[in-house]
Design a binder for this molecule. Structure first.
Ligand SMILES: Nc1ncnc2c1ncn2[C@@H]1O[C@H](COP(=O)(O)OP(=O)(O)OP(=O)(O)O)[C@@H](O)[C@H]1O
Length: 296
């Protein structure tokens, strides 16, 4: 069998990036079809929410989740992953969602990332109600406005660090010179300029996650969704990666001066002090530590 080409790598990563956080999201673990046809997303007209700041026309909240329910399966084996979750994430904040394994963190991030639709309730991202978007609009939102960071890094092993970072730019057909400039800048941002020519297998786990964060930033997303980004790293390396996400949310600005917002799922207690706000998922309900009940 021949060596996989860069092009086949793009096809793969396009799948990964457009499928987002959970690679098996296209079909549920129980064979349940995804949201299409369930009366969920991708049938609508693109309505926006109303609470704009009046100046730039942006909503105050990057993410608005209102009384969202999501159940997998039916009958006695049904799993009520989310049971009336409400949450707002203001622009420019880093919000951490913590909760034990199986508490619904990935389910929540999938809904925000437009990979799945709630059974009921409302999810709005960047001022747009996702239920009002058609499929192509959801794809465009994911490609242009959201960056994903996975626990497993999801880098292409045949590509160098620089090529991995450049994949989203290639998918958007960004001219080579512009692409190379942005890749160099991003690798410098994550402290990996010296490692540009190395492949993932030649990098440590922490370095690989830094490459993945640089890739997530390539298209200047307004929202970063990170699902257990430190889950495969030791405590110290994980803290470094979380500090990087913190710095990105504090310092990075898009071409229009807009900052980055992040929603990060983690069960690592040591990372929580870096968040602007921590919310906790348990039994399908969201709580702010110290508070008794949602909504938040
Ligand atoms: N596609 C699916 N089909 C059926 N059940 C699912 C599906 N996805 C998640 N679940 C169930 O929903 C619940 C919440 O899962 P979810 O993956 O959102 O939790 P999590 O907090 O992200 O867990 P982890 O930290 O282990 O990744 C679990 O009981 C899980 O088994």
């Amino acid at each position: 069998m021949g060596v996989p080409s860069v092009e086949s790598g793009f096809v793969y990563v396009n799948d990964v990036l457009s499928c987002g956080l959970r690679h098996d999201a296209a079909e549920s673990r129980h064979g349940e079809p995804r949201a299409e046809g369930r009366g969920g997303y991708w049938g609508g007209t693109g309505a926006t929410t109303e609470h704009t700041d009046g100046g730039r026309g942006l909503t105050a909240h990057m993410v608005e989740i209102e009384d969202v329910h999501r159940t997998y399966g039916r009958g006695p084996t049904a799993v009520h992953a989310l049971r009336g979750v409400s949450l707002t994430v203001p622009r420019g904040e880093l919000v951490a969602v913590r909760g034990r394994s199986g508490s619904g963190k990935t389910t929540l991030l999938n809904l925000v990332g437009g990979l799945d639709a709630p059974d009921s309730g409302r999810v709005a991202v960047d001022g747009t109600d996702l239920a009002s978007l058609g499929e192509q609009d959801v794809l465009a939102l994911r490609r242009d406005r959201i960056g994903y960071v996975f626990q497993s890094f999801a880098l292409l092993p045949v590509l160098t660090a620089a090529e991995n970072v450049g994949v989203p730019l290639r998918l958007r057909r960004t001219p080579a010179a512009e692409r190379e400039e942005r890749v160099a800048l991003l690798l410098a941002l994550v402290g990996l300029s010296e490692h540009a020519a190395q492949r993932p297998g030649e990098l440590s786990g922490g370095q690989q996650q830094r490459v993945a964060i640089a890739r997530a930033l390539a298209n200047r997303p307004a929202l970063l969704l990170a699902d257990e980004p430190t889950g495969q790293l030791d405590a110290e390396t994980g803290h470094g990666v979380m500090e990087l996400l913190r710095a990105v949310v504090r310092d990075e600005k898009g071409p229009d001066g807009e900052g980055v917002t992040a929603l990060v799922a983690t069960h690592d207690e040591s990372l929580l002090d870096l968040a602007d706000r921590v919310v906790e998922l348990g039994d399908g309900v969201l709580r702010e530590p110290g508070r008794v009940s949602s909504p938040l």
